[in-house]
Design a protein around this ligand. Sequence first.
Ligand SMILES: Nc1ncnc2c1ncn2[C@@H]1O[C@H](COP(=O)(O)OP(=O)(O)OP(=O)(O)O)[C@@H](O)[C@H]1O
Ligand SMILES: [Mg+2]
Length: 233
Amino acid sequence: MPALSFDNVVKEYPSAGETVRAIDGVSFDVEPGEMVALCGPSGSGKSTLLLLAAALLAPDAGAVRFGQTDLSRLSTKEISDYQRHSIGLISQTLDLFPGVPALENAAIKLLADRVPLPEARRTARPWLERVGLGDRLSHTPDQLSGGERARVAVARALVNQPRLLLADEPTANLDTRRGLEVVDLLASAAREQDVAVLLVTHDQEAAAVADRIETLRDGSLGSPMPLDRTAIS
Ligand SMILES: Nc1ncnc2c1ncn2[C@@H]1O[C@H](COP(=O)(O)OP(=O)(O)OP(=O)(O)O)[C@@H](O)[C@H]1O
Ligand SMILES: [Mg+2]
């Protein structure tokens, strides 16, 4: 069964007395262990799809499902449980807390869940080690490079072992090599922990790491792009 499915989803935004149809009948699935790259020009609806998957927006028609669960049928409490425990969300701005050390930033979901600080730190530490930041635990975001900040955001998203990882251009401010390192981390989470990953990216090389590429244009999906790995050296 897919971890995430979009079934004929429509999403409109009110805009200056009119409505803008940001998502126009999108259907696709992401399986556990699969990484799907979501590409498309600016304004094509990529972030909107991610927000729908995170239940931060509700569709106007169609259904977004997590496993068999239609997210629109969840109560407010169930939505907040879903957001806290089932998904890891990496926004483009990363949203790390300024002045807070990497270890506590990575542990923030556990702390929000009232896990005691020493235990939250113990749990978060191996995730930071896994993303190569074992020697940066007490660095605050302003003491980390862009790539290191992105890796803290990856550790934070994975810390409570969510089933679904939603990443909105996590490589936006990184050079190609650092960007690919972050995407490789997401790919290993998919493979090793059976996490379903939906990755928004403009970067063709990053997209090529995915198992499949879906392309959005004006809120609709194009035909899935075949992966030509030979094109990337
Ligand atoms: N809160 C909002 N209110 C009104 N219109 C919105 C809102 N958010 C997005 N839109 C519109 O919906 C469409 C899709 O926006 P979205 O942010 O999903 O695009 P995107 O593919 O993520 O773009 P980018 O690559 O620039 O991040 C755009 O036309 C945008 O202007
Ligand atoms: Mg966007």
